[in-house]
Write a protein that binds this ligand. Structure first.
Ligand code: FAD
Ligand code: NAD
Length: 473
């Protein structure tokens, strides 16, 4: 392997691998350094997202959804006798999808002539990178440009030590071999709700402890309230304003001490999932003389174009400010590669879509009603319930609504919030509308196919102007 590259990317997750492919497409001699080791002990590209995040979690979400639906098909006149779940088979299907996708990145690297090093990369002075192989051997390479994309790792909390046998992080919770009878979850955030609902649908008794007294504080609260009601109905026992003080494994069970309103009690679980957020993964990434500044929260400091404090060194993805989302990491990777090539890409972090893959899904883009109120923005709101949408009723999925917020004076769309079937797909139309500075009137005047879930977006846009057809205004 050569020791000189145009671009060296450290990290092979959705930020790093996408940046490397785009850099190579632009004609740069590119090296991608990644140290992830897959379940089979072999190097695996794709980072958290493909190995232990987005993709495997959606694979098991889908399996658990089928299992749950089979038990509720009698509404369609279909009945099954005693559907059973084979957890190892479900996990094996998930592993197969992961293998297919991570292997696919290796092929894409080959096709685009990206060189790969399975090693830990440490940035030294003057854009040199030390590569430390798993056997401890080291080599040094140099790049004209370096892109840091080391991603994130789970946050741990005091007195709760993850062993991935009884006390699990996301990786452990995606590899259980049987359904725990009782599952405790710390954190009613994205991972807690997604993975908590997987195991709930597969038959676990799930209790979720959330430190905040507000459910999904970052979401529009009208949507969050509907989602909380629905999730409780589905059987998730969500305890707000509840702090976990300690977790101890005794005789094969996890004893969890919790505090609520100053009172301490103990709950006992078969497994405990810790999902209290993630932090930038900068351990071992920067030599003392690398010169790259970190923020006081441990992120790599970057400007709005992902430039670090060292000229020619860039950083993207979960390790820098902004939401910890795969699509945000990838778009930053593309933008940085294009900036290195002298292009002028534009990335709007205000229109990054958020999706929580519960059932039904929660998705949003832009600002919440609470944020608009706090900022003193004059706005109009429109909404439409899926219970009045023909397609949702035909699907037997009438829960939730679309809520649209628009500027009171200009009608520009400021935010769209969806809780309901297909929310992850419906939000795309709203992102496009916002990117083009669209108004509620624009979506109201666009023809939406009938019968589709997207008619709920159309009707919410009409309701902003109080002229929805299929609901009272
Ligand atoms: P990562 O994917 O974390 O990749 C970083 C890579 O760099 C890793 O392979 C790591 O081993 C490697 N690395 C780190 N340091 C070094 C070093 N010094 N040398 C060499 N290699 C190094 N996001 C979504 O948008 N949608 C979802 O549905 C979604 N679901 C998720 C579900 C779960 C359970 C989890 C945990 C996360 C989920 N996320 C989701 C978040 C998403 O996974 C991250 O936002 C995304 O992976 C960030 O990409 P990244 O490239 O910045 O980092
Ligand atoms: P999160 O920030 O979404 O939620 C963590 C929750 O834990 C918060 O509600 C927080 O108040 C709570 N909490 C923190 N400390 C606590 C404590 N001691 N006791 C009880 N509750 C506590 O974090 P996450 O669920 O771990 O997810 C991490 C990141 O991964 C997120 O930022 C998200 O962007 C990303 N992710 C995205 C998706 C998706 O896009 N669908 C899915 C999974 C993960």
């Amino acid at each position: 392997m050569s020791d000189q590259f145009d671009v060296i990317v450290i990290g092979g997750g959705p930020g790093g691998y996408v940046a490397a492919i785009r850099a190579a497409q632009l004609g740069f001699k590119t090296l991608c350094v990644d140290n992830f080791v897959g379940k089979n002990g072999k190097p695996a590209l794709g980072g958290t997202c493909l190995n232990v995040g987005c993709i495997p979690s959606k694979a098991v979400l889908d399996s658990s959804k089928h299992f749950w639906q089979m038990q509720h098909y009698n509404v369609h006149g279909i009945s099954f006798e005693n559907p059973r779940i084979d957890v190892p088979a479900m996990i094996a299907r998930k592993d197969k999808i992961v293998k297919q996708l991570t292997g696919g990145i290796a092929q894409l690297f080959k096709a685009n002539k990206v060189t790969v090093a399975h090693a830990t990369g440490t940035l030294l002075a003057d854009k040199h990178v030390q590569l430390t192989a798993p056997d401890g051997k080291t080599a040094t390479v140099q790049g004209q440009h370096i892109i840091l994309a080391p991603g994130s790792v789970p946050i741990s909390i005091p007195n709760v030590s993850i062993d991935n046998t009884y006390i699990l992080d996301n990786a452990g919770a995606l590899d259980l071999t049987e359904t725990p009878k009782r599952l405790g979850v710390i954190g009613a955030g994205v991972i807690g709700l997604e993975l908590g609902s997987v195991w709930n649908r597969l038959g676990s008794d799930v209790m979720v402890f959330e430190a905040m007294d507000t459910f999904l504080a970052a979401a529009d609260q009208a949507i969050a309230k509907q989602a909380l009601r629905e999730m409780k109905k589905q059987g998730l026992d969500i305890r707000l304003a509840t702090f976990v003080k300690q977790a101890e494994v005794k005789d094969g069970r996890v004893h969890v001490t919790i505090e609520h309103n100053g009172e301490q009690t103990t709950e006992v679980f078969d497994r405990l999932l810790v999902a209290v957020g993630r932090k930038p993964n900068t351990q071992g990434l920067l030599a003392p003389d690398a010169g790259v500044d970190l923020t006081d929260r441990g992120h790599i400091q970057v400007d709005e174009q992902c430039r670090t404090s060292v000229p020619g060194v860039w950083a993207i993805g979960d390790a820098v400010r902004g939401p910890m989302l795969a699509h945000k990491a990838s778009e930053e990777g593309i933008a940085v590669a294009e900036r290195i090539a002298g292009q002028h890409p534009h990335l709007d972090l205000d229109t990054v879509p958020f999706v929580i893959y519960t059932e039904p899904e929660i998705a949003w883009v832009g600002q919440t009603e609470e944020q608009l109120k706090a900022a003193g923005v004059e706005y109009k709101a429109g909404s439409f319930p899926f219970a009045a949408n023909g397609r949702a009723l035909a699907m037997n999925e009438p829960q939730g609504m679309v809520k649209m917020l628009a500027d009171a004076n200009t009608d520009e769309i400021l935010g769209v919030h969806i809780f309901g079937p297909g929310a992850s797909e419906l939000i795309a139309e709203c992102v496009v509308a916002m990117e083009f500075k669209g108004c509620a009137e624009d979506l109201a005047r666009i023809i939406h196919a009938h019968p589709t879930l997207s008619e709920a977006v159309h009707e919410a846009a009409l309701n902003v102007d109080k002229r929805a057809i299929h609901r009272a205004n």
